[in-house]
Design a protein around this ligand. Sequence first.
Ligand code: GDP
Length: 528
Amino acid sequence: MNAELKREISKRRTFAIISHPDAGKTTLTEKFLLFGGAIQTAGAVKSNKIRKTATSDFMEIEKQRGISVATSVMGFEYAGKRINILDTPGHKDFAEDTYRTLTAVDSVILVVDCVKGVEEQTEKLMSVCRMRHTPVIIFINKMDREGKAPIELLDELEEKLQINTRPLSWPISQGQTFKGVYNLYTSALNLFEANSSRISETLVKIQSPQDPELEKWIPESFCKKLREDIALIEGVYEPFNEELYRDGLLAPVFFGSAINNFGVKELLETFLSIAPCPYERDARERTVFASEEAMSGFVFKIHANLDPNHRDRTAFFKICSGRFERNKFYYHTRLKKKIRFSSPTHFMANEKSIIDDAWPGDVIGLYDNGSLKIGDTLTEGEELQFRGIPSFSPEIFKLLENHDPMKTKQLDKGIRQLTEEGVAQLFVQHGNRKIVGTVGELQFDVIKFRLEHEYGALCAFTPLRYKKALWVTSDNKESLGEFLRRKSNLIVFDREDHPVFLAESEWMLKTAQEDYPDIEFHTTSEFK
Ligand code: GDP
């Protein structure tokens, strides 16, 4: 293998920090960037939360779009490694965007609030990671607050997230009396100090939990409890198995307090030593290895029209193999044509800069005039289509109605471009009835606002009763044809013209499944 390629791959760690809103994702991201020297002051990373404020939600959404471009990818160097953090929107209405971003990472760090435990968004995000066998490290945050007991939290993680856990650090008390954590991996004692600006941690090397040195640093009653806890943990858990972690079957757990920069360095360094560098990825045709010399990658996100005066679109492109070069022609496998990029950009914390080359694991911004869609693959000529960027069933469906017949063209173009950007999914029925599906109500406000401001088109949405979209296939062409005919009022077509069945209830879906045993119903668009 090309030595340079090998070196660049082994240097890279591409991951996402995910959490239920308010668990501490932004705070932790910021601390990581401080360690990497990518930012100098706390507060530099803007939270990408949409806050309900007195000002219009639309303005918040617009601000949010600006912020999320700046923080979509944060790249920095630390300890000789190139780290790429991909940001995910916190708001649940933007869950689709988060799911897609998760298709572009090699591992994740999941932040859990010790007071709240596993929350709804945590469970959903984790189910996407499980589907893809993404390696997960869990950081239990806010140990400076009185929260749930650590053992209780571990049980909750295992039960609700359906993953085996293995604590690698253990807290000594919590809340007011929080003393620090004992690192079970390196046998070091990390003493807690409430201070958000420091970078160093006070580490004391201990031989074992029995070491009398321990009493010098923490009160006796806490030592006793710690020894009991460790005995219990070592009795219950197998030693940490890195292979199981990398297969996405075991999640190591750390405890700390992001705001106090406590346990963060420990987390970052363990992450760097165990998290995988870019690895292989499945395309429809074959598995592609990061170490292959020919460049390949896919688009997982598109940002459009940030400046309404310029129809600019940035496609976020994840490199899967080989070396990406500026100005080189690449093969667009969906359009079957060659295109090149004269100003690809890297994202470095708050700045964008034009780059000459990039490597597997990197995410670069490609300026696009409309030829790239989410899920598109670029190669050096091979016919490949990367998998793993499916559409998931929306939860809310509405009929799109045109309110200005003079602007039909603008509306059509606008809705097509916004759905290509992944804001929502568009389904077409009976020729031209357009049904928009989303995960959250907020999306409809976003679409309406953007259609008006960016495309000059006025629209309204009428709620529909559907609850779920199911992609349908069958080995039996006749049965499929009959099903599509008989259920034609419930059949729509996605952007690739695949038939989709809209169900109004679980019961309706069950009945259809029973009535049509030859038909397969898929909950995501990727089923081949
Ligand atoms: P996000 O929504 O997950 O990005 O959460 P943020 O990073 O914005 O944090 C949410 C709130 O929790 C903020 O007010 C933080 O200051 C606070 N926070 C973050 N980490 C800690 C911590 O370790 N201890 C305490 N007490 N508060 C924290």
